[in-house]
Write a protein that binds this ligand. Structure first.
Ligand code: 5GP
Ligand code: MG
Length: 195
């Protein structure tokens, strides 16, 4: 019988291959590459927002780790808030149907807003987020997404900061889940059918 998640106790979130709900995943982007890239994005954002005080809007749940790491790479004053959308549930394919489960608390009128997402797939979620945030009339509105499945994206979006463009396959780790598991993995893992 396959274990719920991974195999070696203690190495749980550092293995090359892990099992999540009995499905096999392998490392796509190593922990080291993840952190290097986040630091690069942080430097670029810090340069671009010199003299401003951006507010990061993290998209729950998936972006919580990325936004935490990214924020610590920023050398400008910055604030944070969160919103939450309906998710895939346990499915691995986007439904295209999006609704808001938690709104932002901050007043972003006249603010420099950076929406921080874990992954852009079809782009429906991000379009929905940008449309709803525009109503508050922020001074500027930019997107930072850690991953982008560019082949799957059907919505025309301006993505100012992208960590990695990845193939159109399901991934977990670094905040991204499969049926709520796998978020604690330090690398990005891609589905990998049994050899
Ligand atoms: P979109 O609306 O762009 O199709 O989907 C965006 C949301 O779907 C992401 O914020 C993420 O929560 C979820 N998602 C898309 N692709 C993946 C994936 O490969 N793995 C996981 N865990 N979630 C994904
Ligand atoms: Mg997300």
């Amino acid at each position: 019988m396959k274990p719920e998640l991974s195999v070696v106790p203690g190495l749980l979130n550092r293995d090359e291959v892990v099992y999540c709900h009995g499905q096999r995943f392998r490392v796509l982007i190593s922990e080291e590459d993840v952190l290097t890239r986040v630091a690069e994005l942080g430097r670029r954002i810090s340069e671009d927002y010199q003299g401003r005080k951006p507010i990061l809007i993290g998209v729950l749940n998936g972006a919580f780790i990325f936004v935490a790491d990214l924020m610590r790479e920023l050398s400008v004053e910055c604030e944070i808030d969160f919103l939450k959308l309906s998710s895939y549930g346990a499915a691995k394919v986007s439904s295209g149907q999006v609704h808001e489960l938690k709104r932002i608390d901050a007043d972003i009128h006249g603010r420099h807003v950076i929406v921080v997402e874990d992954i852009i797939d079809t782009g429906h979620s991000m379009r929905f987020i940008l449309e709803s945030l525009k109503h508050y009339e922020p001074a500027s509105l930019a997107v930072a997404t850690f991953l982008h499945k560019s082949e799957a994206t059907v919505i025309d979006l301006e993505l100012a900061y992208v960590g990695f463009v990845i193939p159109n396959h399901f991934v977990i780790g670094y905040g991204l889940d499969f049926g709520q598991l796998g978020r604690n993995l330090r690398a990005i893992y891609i589905e990998d059918p049994e050899p």
